[in-house]
Write a new protein. Sequence first.
Length: 403
Amino acid sequence: MPATLPDGEPVPRSGELPEAALARAGRRGFGVYLHVPFCASRCGYCDFNTYTPAESGLDQSDYVTAALAEIDLARRVLPAAGPVRTVFVGGGTPTLLPAADLSRLLDAVDKAWGLAGDAEVTTEANPESVDPAMLKSLHDSGFTRISLGMQSTAPHVLQLLDRRHTPGRAAQAALEAREAGFEHVNLDLIYGTPGETGEDFAGSLRAAIDAGVDHVSAYALIVEDGTRLAARIRRGEVPMPSDDVAADRYLAADEALSGAGLDWYEVSNWAAGDAARCAHNLLYWTGGDWWGIGPGAHSHVGGVRWWNVKRPAQYAQRLHNGESPGAGRELLSDEDVYVEDVMLRLRLRSGFPLAELTGGGPAAARTALDDGLLDGSAYADGRAVLTLRGRLLADAVIRDLLT
Ligand SMILES: C[S@@+](CC[C@H](N)C(=O)[O-])C[C@H]1O[C@@H](n2cnc3c(N)ncnc32)[C@H](O)[C@@H]1O
Ligand code: SF4
């Protein structure tokens, strides 16, 4: 979620969508994202739309009331989008809410549109904010997948990132999730934190693999403008993360994870087979539709993208007044859709069909093939698929294909 929301046209108070968007809604699948904007404390590197209880200006129970009201509004605007294939509760720290509240929100989504029989229902969780009883309640109430923020097992890295959990807690929580019945468990790792050594990261990878999870996400630490981390780097207290180190760490991640049977399916995501892939993220990456519930949440339905007001209290007030919490929206042009499609699908292992490239794209793909950045056999089959070296340079390849 970007810190600064783009401008755009206003969202009608009713939240209603253009007829053309309604007609196209759900053609490539429909999911629901629920944003829970609370964290016990803020990590210095994070610019997600999240607040400590003291900052938020909204009780957690009032947030739940408001989110239920937005689900009701969404159902009235979009009655026929279901069934819902994926639900993703993210944050923030969703597991600061009691399991009963998360269950109420999920029930409301089910009542609004119907959950598909095989729906994937994920919640993010901070390792220190779950215990076996809560995990069991979540599983019993229909959650099928847990995504835990592990980040690292090196104490000095966790400290620099302001993480509250001990080095071993994330792997322990993953084991508890599996014991509670979760077949699908993800661990998020961050690499390239200043002060992290190759051995530190190898230890984090080993711990994630030994926890027996079926999915790992690993992202380079991004220094986001306006964060405490950015200020510390500006003051010279912490060095800037290095791109070369990040590339080394990426190669280490791919080697360790693929060696353990977790194969890449998106540049930063590895899974143990098709069923372990995150269907919700795949919906985002393949042009699906979703309604984003919650402060600052983004939605995309039938070629319209909109975003909610960010402040929790303003969000709740809008819904209390019977109004959409939408802050702005834009109608995507064919060009916007194409650019986004190339940017997202080229990062997938399934790649992008060469025949759909336009302008200078086909020539750039040929050059990327010659430079070893696209896979030869996939190219012969008509697809642009990144090689390992191509994955390290994904942004540059995407830029070239969009010339
Ligand atoms: C928004 S968090 C939600 C999960 C949960 N609150 C937690 O932190 O454990 C989702 C993930 O985004 C990643 N993330 C957030 N800010 C990041 C940054 N600046 N650079 C890299 N990864 C980041 C972290 O790996 C985190 O686990
Ligand atoms: S990384 Fe997770 S716990 Fe930390 S501030 Fe961001 S959302 Fe909250």
